[in-house]
Ligand binder design. Structure first.
Ligand SMILES: Nc1ncnc2c1ncn2[C@@H]1O[C@H](COP(=O)(O)OP(=O)(O)OP(=O)(O)O)[C@@H](O)[C@H]1O
Length: 310
């Protein structure tokens, strides 16, 4: 396995009496782009705030590049950039003023600042707005400035908490492209409650629910959970009882009306072809097949049950 850049061990946190996150263990290797998926209140921001040293955990350890965030926060923070859910933008500063201010906070040497800021503005597509007040930028450009401050000190890890939240569809596409670009030379971890956001960008997914990691694997493995395993089939002539079950790949059926049947199948990719072929042969007059995908809520439920059995 390639070198581990982020290691989270037994991380738990409680704000008051209830645990917001419980026993989170995550290991992230070099060159990864990892999505943290969870519904509202699942514990994404808590995990990210601790990971970036903005919040002190109740229990557990976080290591960035081998450096313990709690024991050596200044050193560890040099290795990590953070765009919190509510970006800490100063509306009355210009883009330049703000980025110089952030570079200063990151303890960058003064001599290195200009070049680093010029590079980051170019990369994030905000160079032409250098002298513009942040309050006069659109949501998409503010988010770009937020991302610029997260990478100005060239960290090996960047954490983005719901970076596309609240943006319009065009802005989402642009910010997504920017995330893909910055992930070319560093680890990027970002959170979302929207599955497609994560599917479009990530090779790895961690799913958090009720403060616990309920799934941690590749995107391909996750996709198996949401692959359809049932379909609604509309026939002109409903097959006789037991006929559908004879088709290769069909495991069960449910008759919904005199023309509609729900067909459960074993994941066979060619299932619709089998049904079409059989229908032609038997004169069932097939009208329509529609696959039933698991909703995200169902996937959450499935995985939460799965994890509580282990
Ligand atoms: N400052 C706080 N004080 C008390 N409880 C908090 C605080 N911040 C978060 N919580 C609680 O901790 C749990 C996890 O919240 P967290 O913000 O980490 O979830 P999230 O997945 O980021 O959700 P969202 O997408 O809605 O921000 C929730 O039950 C939330 O109500």
């Amino acid at each position: 396995m390639s070198k581990s850049i982020v290691r989270i061990e037994g991380l738990s946190h409680r704000y008051t009496s209830n645990w917001a996150i419980r026993d989170i263990n995550i290991e992230i290797a070099e060159n990864s782009i990892v999505g943290l998926l969870g519904s509202n209140g699942a514990g994404k921001s808590t995990t990210m705030n601790i990971l970036c040293g903005s919040l002190n955990q109740t229990e557990g350890r976080v290591y960035i590049n081998g450096i313990d965030m709690k024991a050596e926060p200044q050193l560890a923070k040099r290795e990590i950039g953070f765009l919190p859910q509510n970006p800490p933008l100063y509306m009355d500063l210009t883009v330049d003023e703000y980025l110089y201010y952030c570079a200063g906070l990151r303890l960058m040497p003064k001599t290195a600042m200009k070049q680093a800021i010029d590079e980051v503005k170019e990369r994030c597509g905000v160079a032409h707005f250098s002298k513009r007040l942040i309050k006069n930028l659109s949501g998409g450009y503010r988010q770009r400035v937020g991302i610029a401050q997260a990478i100005v000190h060239k960290p090996g890890v960047v954490v983005l908490d719901e970076p596309t939240n609240g943006l319009d569809p065009n802005q989402v596409i642009e910010v997504r492209a920017l995330i893909r670009d910055i992930a070319r030379d560093r680890v990027v971890i970002f959170s979302s409650h929207i599955l497609t956001e994560i599917q479009l960008l990530c090779k790895e997914i961690k799913m958090i629910e009720n403060g616990r990691i309920v799934f941690s694997d590749t995107m391909d493995a996750f996709n198996n959970y949401i692959e359809p395993h049932s379909m609604i089939v509309h026939f002109g002539n409903m097959p006789a009882a037991g006929e559908l079950e004879k088709i290769h790949g069909v495991v069960n059926t449910q008759i919904l009306s005199d023309r509609l049947a729900r067909v459960f199948f074993n994941g066979d990719q060619d299932i619709s072809e089998h049904i079409v072929a059989q229908s032609i042969q038997q004169g069932w007059r097939l009208r329509e097949i529609s696959f039933e995908k698991n909703s995200l809520e169902e996937v959450f439920k499935l995985l939460s049950q799965h994890s509580s059995q282990h």
